[in-house]
Write a protein that binds this ligand. Structure first.
Ligand code: TRP
Length: 336
């Protein structure tokens, strides 16, 4: 049996990197598998959040996911804090995970920065909660961007150790499904200002990313002003080596067109960015414009958005509560 689980933070707008790296996979997978998609508000408060901004962010993300094509009649769509199994299973799994394992997590080091002593304990145990998210549904497949590989490895280690420690075969070992920018899903979407940095909602420059809520004019302007080098495009993928910005824009084109990088270069090789950028802008606008229109429409109806999440939470709880009970039985909290 296949069950897909994935999560996304409700902070900041959805951008092209999220869309191509993960959300597009979410939408594709709901046609074929049982899918559970979670807006991770428990994870969001591992760094400081103003309550009103968190509430807004939740509705922004719900509308953005629905506008991108997540269908709440097929996929289960909900927010994490409304399903108690996540926090309860996380506690149990915190007693399975080892301090040494968490000490190796690079995202904690990045997010905590220099002030590690001042980071929340929740930020440190973040990956254990993420493992609980996945295991509470006995998920087998987890579509994520490639920055989440290490957290997925940890979830696998936790599942293996839990099963071994309690001599049960409770948790399947979840497989990552890594999204990306080219037709093989291998590359990341990078910043438009720096081809070596990930496109990120926390980048202070809005010119570095294309938001799902950007209109056609903003998209065209950002691509026009995207950093490049003076060389024309190469006709083969090998020619992109050492040209991170060119690599990123060609990768974006390939991802949006559903083509291989090699095919894109067959067409654009030898041409300059003056020709390539308008073509990329047109393709980007064609992909995002319908999502944008739908987003604006959905975002106005807050009651409907909240109702979608509430209904999703009921369905999520129906799956997760019995699995949590199995874990509680395995550790000896409740009788067999
Ligand atoms: N940590 C993930 C991210 O920042 C979000 C997330 C939380 C998640 N729980 C998850 C992703 C479970 C996949 C599965 O992108």
């Amino acid at each position: 049996m296949t069950r897909v689980f994935s999560g996304i933070q409700p902070t900041g707008n959805l951008h092209l990197g999220n869309y191509l790296g993960a959300i597009r996979n979410w939408v594709a997978m709901q046609d074929h598998y049982e899918c559970v998609y979670c807006i991770v508000d428990l994870h969001a408060i591992t760094v400081s959040q103003a309550p009103a901004a968190l509430r807004d962010g939740m509705r922004d993300m719900t509308a953005a996911l629905l506008a991108s094509g997540v269908d709440p009649d097929r996929a289960v769509l909900f927010n994490q804090s409304r399903v108690p199994a996540h926090a309860e299973l996380a506690w149990i799994l915190m007693c399975t995970a080892r301090v040494g394992w968490l000490n190796r997590m690079t995202q904690f080091k990045d997010k905590a920065g220099k002030d590690r002593e001042g980071a929340s304990v929740g930020l440190y145990t973040y990956p254990v909660l993420q493992a609980a998210d996945i295991l509470a549904y006995k998920a087998t497949h987890v579509p994520v961007g490639d920055d989440q590989k290490q957290h997925l490895e940890l979830a696998r280690d936790i599942a293996i150790k839990f099963n071994a420690d309690y001599a049960v075969n409770l948790f399947p070992i979840p497989e990552p499904v890594i999204g990306g920018t080219d037709a093989h899903g291998t590359a990341r979407v990078m910043s438009l200002r720096d081809g070596t940095a990930k496109m990120s909602k926390s980048d202070p420059s809005d010119m570095s990313r294309i938001n799902l809520t950007d209109d056609a004019e903003a998209i065209a302007n950002k691509i026009k002003r995207a950093k490049t080098d003076p060389e024309p495009l190469p006709s083969e993928a090998a020619g992109l080596a050492g040209r991170p910005e060119a690599r990123n824009l060609v990768g974006l084109y390939a991802a949006l067109a559903g083509e291989k990088i090699a095919d894109v270069l067959t067409r654009f090789g030898g041409q300059g960015f003056g020709t390539f950028k308008p073509a990329l802008a047109e393709l980007t606008v064609a992909t995002l414009a319908p999502i944008n229109t739908e987003y604006v429409h959905l975002r106005r109806d807050v009651a409907s958005l909240d109702a979608v999440l509430a209904a999703g939470a009921v369905r999520a709880n129906a799956i997760a509560a019995p699995i949590l009970a199995e874990a509680q039985r395995a550790v000896g909290f409740i009788g067999v």
